[in-house]
Every structure is written in structure tokens, then in C-alpha cells.
Ligand binder design. Structure first.
Ligand code: V07
Length: 261
């Protein structure tokens, strides 16, 4: 689809146009880490960990729908993951098709809309076909958005966005001065989605690993030692509970009056 400034500016990114501040996160992002370590601990092949991770994802999506989460973005495959052994990559590239074959009926029943963030380049045709089919079949759904970060890297995404904007400038339809945070946000793969309010990372790693670099600027971060295949509703609830107790200020001060009296 060609880059269109008009499309970029259509809707506010949140209903209010402001960041989401209620005590329930609207957009939750998850780094589903620890599948390989979960398998190793059990003397199983890494692929068994990925399969168990898919089952955990199924439970988490169910829980997120029930909790009224607006957007759930999950890191399924990073651009760095291509460095893994070919057999493992081939296995992973079959998971979107497998997941959708078993889960698409329930997702549709639950009014879930599927989206993808990431580069289409380099993904096998059969993987893209499965994802595109799921996106098309759920395009009119109005419930939770399930956004798969697939062949995704934050810096790569920013580069693709910058190129789109540069092309618009070169074509004479955009002035450099018109490039705002809002426009950059919209040129990213996450487009009109509001930024994540809460990032969850499993498996004890305390880093972003090139995930949603621009979008996570103000997110609350929550880390757990639990391996992703062991993650369930209770861990999601713990993260949301911790989020609801935090005081998000977006760089301002509480109350926003500017005076501490
Ligand atoms: C993958 C299972 C979850 C744990 C993390 C790694 C392994 C679901 C998908 C998927 C992707 C796109 C889509 C539908 C489903 C997936 C990969 C790996 C590459 F439209 N799980 N899952 N994709 N794992």
C-alpha cells in the first residue's frame, strides 16, 4: 500500500488523543522469552519449548480478552532470530500457520482482530499467506487487537518509517517541518495503535532487545523470572496489578498543577 499522509492523519491514536492513564493498561506488549531454557531444563528439544510457548500464548490471549485489554502485542520472531540454526527457523516459520489453524476460530468468536508488525521481506510465502489470511478474516472485528511482531526489529522499523517520510518529502507532499512525533508514530508498523502502556518480559532478562524502541518510551516495564511456557493468567494479572499501582507521570508531576502545596 503506498504511503498516504491522509491515511496517517485520519484518527487519533487513542480515543482521547492523550496517553492512556487509567489504571488498567490498554496496550500490553510481551517479550515471550525462555522457551529454549524451559525445554533444556526438561531435557527436551528447543522446538518443544516453542510448542509449549504457543500453548502459553493461547492462554494469555484468552486471559487478555477476558480482562478487556485493548491491544496485545507479542514478540513472536525478531530480525535477530534469523541467526538461529536453519532447522529451528524453519520450525518457527510454521508456527503462525499452526497457531492460526487451531486458534483462528476461537479468535474470531472472541472478536479478536489480528495484525502484524515487522518486515514482510525475508518471510517465507507460506508464513505470510497464513498471517495475511488471518488478518483478512478478522479485519472487521472490533474487539482486542492481537498484534504479532514477526520478523520485527525496532531499529529496522524506524528505518522503514524514516524512508516512508523521506519519500513523501522528496515527492513534495510533506514539509520537513511537518514531521512530528505523531507522524513518525504513524509511519511505524504499529501505525494508529496507541503506544504500549505495559511491557512484560519473561525469563529474567532485563533488556528491550530491539522491541518497540520508539513505542515503549513511556511504558511501565515489568520483568519476571518465569519462563514463557509457564506464563499464565496469574502472571498477567500480577503484571497488570503492579501497573495499576504505579503512578504514571509522563515526565510531569502528579496532578499536573506544577505546584507542590
Ligand atoms: C511463535 C510461540 C510463542 C512463543 C514464542 C516463540 C514461538 C504464535 C505465532 C504466530 C505468529 C503470527 C501469526 C499467528 C501466530 C508465532 C512464531 C513463533 C514465529 F499471525 N506463536 N508463535 N510465530 N512461538
Amino acid at each position: 500500500m503506498p504511503f498516504s499522509l491522509r491515511r496517517l492523519l485520519q484518527r487519533p491514536r487513542t480515543k482521547s488523543g492523550l496517553p492512556h492513564t487509567a489504571n488498567k493498561p490498554y496496550h500490553v506488549a510481551i517479550i515471550m522469552d525462555g522457551n529454549g531454557r524451559w525445554a533444556k531444563q526438561r531435557g527436551l528439544p528447543r522446538t518443544a519449548g516453542h510448542r509449549a510457548g504457543m500453548a502459553a500464548l493461547r492462554l494469555t490471549v484468552r486471559a487478555a480478552v477476558e480482562l478487556g485489554i485493548g491491544v496485545l502485542t507479542v514478540y513472536a520472531f525478531s530480525t535477530e532470530n534469523w541467526r538461529r540454526p536453519k532447522a529451528e527457523v524453519d520450525f518457527l516459520m510454521n508456527l503462525p500457520g499452526q497457531f492460526l489453524k487451531t486458534d483462528l476460530p476461537e479468535l474470531k468468536q472472541n472478536n479478536v482482530r489480528i495484525r502484524m508488525s515487522g518486515s514482510r521481506e525475508g518471510l517465507p510465502a507460506h508464513t505470510l499467506q497464513a498471517v495475511d489470511e488471518a488478518i483478512a478474516q478478522t479485519a472487521d472485528n472490533t474487539g482486542m487487537i492481537l498484534n504479532f511482531a514477526l520478523n520485527y526489529g525496532g531499529r529496522g522499523e524506524i528505518i522503514r518509517a524514516v524512508r516512508k517520510l523521506a519519500k513523501a518529502v522528496k515527492a513534495g507532499v510533506l514539509e520537513p517541518e511537518e514531521i512530528t512525533e505523531e507522524l513518525v508514530s504513524r509511519a511505524l508498523d504499529t501505525g494508529a495503535l496507541p503506544d504500549p502502556d505495559l511491557l512484560i518480559r519473561c525469563s529474567g532478562e532485563i533488556r528491550l532487545s530491539n522491541f518497540l524502541l520508539w513505542q515503549l518510551a513511556y511504558a511501565e516495564l515489568w520483568f519476571t523470572d518465569v519462563y514463557w511456557p509457564d506464563f499464565d493468567r496469574s502472571h498477567l494479572l500480577a503484571a497488570i496489578n503492579a501497573y495499576s499501582k504505579r503512578d504514571r507521570r509522563f515526565g510531569g508531576i502528579k496532578g499536573g498543577e506544577g505546584l507542590d502545596v
